[in-house]
Structures are given as C-alpha cells and as structure tokens.
Design a binder for this molecule. Structure first.
Ligand code: KIV
Length: 275
C-alpha cells in the first residue's frame, strides 16, 4: 500500500506521524486544515483531510481576539476536545498557546500533556526554532509528537511589528538552522509560514521530515489554510496566500436576510414546520 492510499484511502485507522513520513518519502503532497468544532471536524474528516490543526488562530476566528497572543490553554482545550470527539481518522494536532511553553520544559510538558490526555490530541504544535528545541526534545522524549512552526510565527507578532514576510536576506540562514534544530530535537513536521517560496523549497529539500506551507509557495510537502479563510468567511482583504474556494460570508448573509424577512412577513414557519 503506498502513501496515497494510506492517507486518502479506505483505511479507517487513525493517520500517524509515520504515514506522513512515508508520504514525504513517496513525494505525496497532503492538505491540512484548521478545525475548532465538532461539525467541521466530522466534515473535514469524512473528506479525508489527513491532519486537522486546532490552531491558536482560534483566538481570532472563534473568540474575537485581535491576535493569537491572548488565548489560553483552557480556552483552546475545549475546542481540541470537540474536534477529537468527532474526527475518527485525521491526526489531530493541538497548538500550544503563547506563554504555555516558552518559559521552559516543565510548562511545555504540563500543557502539552493536557492537550494529549484531556484533549485527546495526538500531537502538539509550538512556535520557534533553536530557542525551544529543548522543549521539543523533552516532549518527544515524554511520548508527545511535536509539529514545529517557523517563519511568520504569529505569537511573535509584537516582535515582528506586524504580519510580514520572514526569512528574507540574512534571516534565511537562521531559519534553515532553526529547521534543522527542530528536526534534530525530534519534531515530526514543521509549518513554514509566510516565507519566500525558494527558501521553503530549500528547507524542504534539507529535511527528512515533512514541511507544511502557508504562504510558502508550492515546494513544500503539505499545505495548510485556516478553514474560514478558504471558505471566504473571514473579512476581506485576505492575506495574499489565501485562496477563497467559496464565498461563505455572502452565502450566510443572504440566508440570514431571507430568514429575517420570512419571520417578519410570517412566511416562516409554514404548516410543514409546525406540530
Ligand atoms: O494557528 C493556526 O491556525 C496556525 C496555522 C495557520 C498554521 O498556526
């Protein structure tokens, strides 16, 4: 059985980090989506999306914060539980929120363990390179698979001074160093966010583990999008890397308007909707 049938075929057992490793070896590119609730988890899982990320982007698209910085472990954990109750086949990755792992190994172990044990996730994701490699190594040693995240790491937005392309010029070498450090620490994959496509391609070629791009061009092993961006639910303008596959915002607005009109004009409910 090749990696394509492992990731997308009829096999109902849960996707593992080994399946993703095999996919890289066989050159099979896979999709990842963010997910925060039970209904979309079921839909994405039934569609065969092999990896679902309960991202801290939930801070913005679910909880209305203006960055990912404020969300807490407890807030995200509720969503991790909803997704893992529903998705039976996808590998579910839980983000570790800002402040839940940077201070050291003990914090990282305590909070990642909650995501796995209480949340039911298979893996966690954290942002940063060489600086957090000791946390990554400790988590893997403790039996927790880790997805890294480099480039435009949104938890550092206040250091970057906005959501800007990272890894340009001299920063490219540092990003490659960080990626190799995460791989050496035992990470099973790395998200590369908003970096030059050529750099992402170079990093991907240097690593044994899969890279997952978001705004990192096509030379990576997988692609991820925030589902509300993909579906056109988030407000315009979207970042350049987003492709809108649907106009959910307009479709929902139109349905809500029709509902409101039909309620006001007593067109809804009809006899068939009544008992
Ligand atoms: O939180 C998130 O949704 C993410 C993805 C954009 C990679 O980190």
């Amino acid at each position: 059985m090749n990696a394509v049938s492992t990731l997308y075929g009829g096999n109902q057992s849960r996707i593992t980090t080994l399946d993703l490793q095999k996919a890289k070896q066989q050159g099979d590119i896979w999709p990842m989506l963010t997910c925060y609730d039970a209904l979309t988890a079921k839909l994405f899982d039934d569609s065969g999306i092999p990896v679902l990320l309960v991202g801290d982007s939930a801070a913005m698209v679910m909880l209305g914060y203006d960055s990912t910085v404020p969300i807490t472990v407890d807030e995200l954990l509720v969503m991790v539980k909803a997704v893992t109750r529903s998705a039976k086949r996808a590998l579910v990755v839980a983000d570790l929120p800002f402040g839940s792992y940077q201070a050291g190994i003990t914090d990282a172990l305590t909070n990642a363990t909650r995501m796995i044990k209480e949340g039911g996730a298979t893996a966690v994701k954290l942002e940063g390179g060489t600086r957090i490699a000791p946390q990554v190594a400790a988590l893997v040693e403790a039996g927790i698979p880790v997805m890294g995240h480099l480039g435009l790491t949104p938890q550092s937005v206040n250091v970057f001074g906005g959501y800007k392309v990272q890894g340009k010029g001299d920063d490219a070498e540092k990003l490659i160093e960080d990626a190799l450090a995460l791989q050496a620490a035992g990470a099973f994959s790395i998200v590369l966010e908003v970096i030059p496509a050529q750099l992402a391609k170079e990093v991907t070629a240097k690593l044994r583990i899969p890279t997952i791009g978001i705004g990192a061009g096509s030379g990576v092993d997988a692609q991820v999008l925030v589902w509300q961006d993909l579906m056109g639910l988030t407000a315009d303008p979207a970042p350049r890397f987003v492709k809108r596959y649907f106009n959910l915002r307009d479709e929902m607005k139109s349905a809500v308007d029709r509902f409101a009109t039909e309620v006001k004009t007593k067109k809804y409910p009809e006899t068939k909707h009544s008992y």
